[in-house]
Design a protein around this ligand. Sequence first.
Ligand SMILES: [Zn+2]
Length: 256
Amino acid sequence: MTQAREDKPRSIDEFILGEHMLMLAFIALCVFGTFVAYLYYGRTLIMSVTQTSPERPFAASEQIDDGLAATVLQRHRNSAGPTRIGIVAGHLNFDSGAVCADGLQEVTINTNVATQVAAILQANGLSVEILNEDDGRLTQDYRATAVVSLHADSCQGAAATMSGYKSAASRVPNGDLLQNCINERYMVQTGLSYNENTITDHMTQYYVFDRLSPTVPALILEMGFMGGDRELLTSRTQLVAAAVADGIMCYVERVQ
Ligand SMILES: [Zn+2]
């Protein structure tokens, strides 16, 4: 009968495996869970402090890592760092620029000179990057000691016989210094005169000026006319590149 069986004392095994089995299983699970959590989080915290492992297994570790990374990044941005110059080869990978009747393209001259300027500056120990026209790297985050964009004026119509160079600089600290250095050295070394009357709004409001941080002075240089200065821009590009590079070195030496 059911009643008789309930009155009979149960063995210890029956006790353990009976009513309290669920409770014991729960306690065992808690102990096991605590042990696993200890191993898991303890190991993660050690990793966070030592930064020796690429594994990032939980959210708190992400926060710690990101904090450290932000600190390192901030320190990098505030440091002087190596001297770095961005050279925009005018119209490169964008369009041809001015084109003469015989097919001579401005972009060819600009790229030729930019490549030589970069080589000279690199030989002087500077870090140099050649940039395209409308280059995606030119943003507020672009870090450089200066950005110089190289162009040449037209050869069509009145420009066919015109001569001279000119520049425009961004209105930021050291912008004037950059412009003075390049204007002065370029004039002395190329023998060209400064053609102030043909400076356009496209130069004074050059779009690159707005893209860059105020900590990065920029300048656009019209190196001469493909009309009146054609021989200089096509046959004496070494001289032109040396003059531009010398102007940049003048600036670098003054700001260091
Ligand atoms: Zn141009």
